[in-house]
Design a protein around this ligand. Structure first.
Ligand code: GLA
Length: 387
């Protein structure tokens, strides 16, 4: 989100509806520093909110219906508007507007009165890049709708409602990490989040002070089959927990004993990823509590190797980006997000992000991959009201 986005949605709203919006709200995308595919195993994650966000202007309307306009869509990006009423709020709705309709649905399911509204949004969260563009949309819609109706809903409760939209309305079986990051994060911090107890701790991410920056490289690899693969990983983890007689893989305390008790190699490797990844998140939180940011690097590398070899959720372009970033001087690097494409994060010396990204671009060209894009990830604020 840039300050200009607030003006953009405000002006568009006024021109479109002939009245001022009642307010402007936003919710960010995220990168996950470490802790991948641990959230739905009741484990630990450590994301931070990005400066990139969905920005949404909103005002109530009288006929009890909702309209939502995305300024990122439509011919020449002139905007695309979708409208729905109470009867349309059926789980399984498709299209981008389902992420907004599902939030209305989740709020109503939880017993909140939600009036009709007009909403206009713009987003600078890259789509389909593993940076939680959909959670940002859900959490921005939630902030706007709750704001319009002055609903008193705690941030954690908001995250859970947004996740309910994603799981039950849109139908994606994700964990709570993305929505928790989008609602709970604060400037300058990563969020240590326990996905069982919902303990949320702000962990100082002193990148500047350490002379470091976090490069985010978007491989722009399309996520094919991502939904099926994600659900498959989740199912295997749940089956393994069942065999081991624990509520979730979070509860595995003796990894060797667990591995010995499992029937096949694929399942053993899936479990090893989750259990070792949980341990890496705890180690990372411990390091950051002591401002030892550079020491995250080996944990990032180990996390990537575990995702590549044990959880098998990386793809060749992602592995190439990580390997090349390391050759170009990154201290540590890993894929971030659900996998099968998307983004890589690399911990690099301050001022070197562009040079590292250029090396990755050259390697991509040589390997026949499309050109990647990049930016420096800045730990930013969670969802809130801007105007
Ligand atoms: C996606 C999901 C999250 C989480 C990550 C993997 O981003 O939405 O809930 O499972 O993948 O860590």
């Amino acid at each position: 989100m840039s300050p200009a986005d607030v003006d953009t949605v405000t002006q568009d709203f006024s021109a479109r509806f002939g009245r001022e919006p009642a307010g402007v709200w936003s919710a960010p995308g995220r990168v996950n520093l470490i802790g991948e595919h641990t959230d739905y195993n009741d484990g630990f994650v450590m994301p931070f909110a990005l400066a990139q966000a969905v920005t949404m202007a909103a005002a109530p309307r009288e006929d009890g219906r909702w309209s939502v306009t995305s300024l990122n869509r439509g011919e020449g990006q002139g905007g695309e508007t979708e409208e729905f009423g109470p009867d349309d709020l059926q789980p399984g709705m498709t299209g981008w507007q389902a992420y907004v309709a599902g939030v209305v649905w989740a709020l109503r399911e939880a017993g909140h009165q939600v009036r009709g509204a007009d909403l206009v949004l713009t987003s600078d969260v890259p789509l389909g890049a593993g940076l939680s563009s959909s959670a940002a949309l859900e959490c921005a819609a939630l902030a706007a709708l709750a704001g319009l109706d002055e609903l008193e809903i705690e941030p954690l409760e908001r995250a859970k409602l947004a996740r309910r939209c994603e799981n039950e309305f849109v139908g994606a079986p994700t964990g709570l990490m993305d929505q928790a990051a989008s609602t709970l994060c604060t400037v300058g911090h990563a969020l240590f989040f326990d996905c069982r107890t919902f303990e949320a701790r702000q962990v100082h991410l002193a990148l500047d002070e350490a002379g470091l920056e976090l490069l985010v490289l978007d491989t722009r690899t399309p996520h094919t089959h991502v939904d099926g693969e994600y659900a498959d990983r989740r199912r295997t983890c749940e089956e393994a927990a069942g065999i081991l007689g624990v509520p979730a893989l979070r509860d595995v305390t003796d990894l060797d004993a667990a591995l010995a008790a499992l029937p096949d190699d694929v399942m053993r490797r899936r479990v090893r990823h989750v259990v070792t990844e949980d341990a890496r998140v705890l180690a990372a939180a411990d390091l950051l509590a002591r401002d030892r940011v550079a020491e995250l690097a080996p944990l990032l590398d180990a996390s990537h190797a575990s995702m590549r070899d044990d959880f098998e959720i990386t793809v060749p372009s992602v592995d190439l980006a990580v390997a090349t970033a390391k050759e170009a001087g990154a201290l540590g690097a890993r894929m971030t997000g659900g996998g099968f494409g998307g983004c890589v994060i690399a911990l690099v010396a301050a001022g070197t992000a562009d040079a590292v990204a250029a090396r990755v671009a050259t390697a991509f060209a040589g390997a026949g991959h499309g050109a990647p894009t990049h930016f420096v990830g800045l730990p930013s604020a969670g969802a809130g009201r801007l105007r």
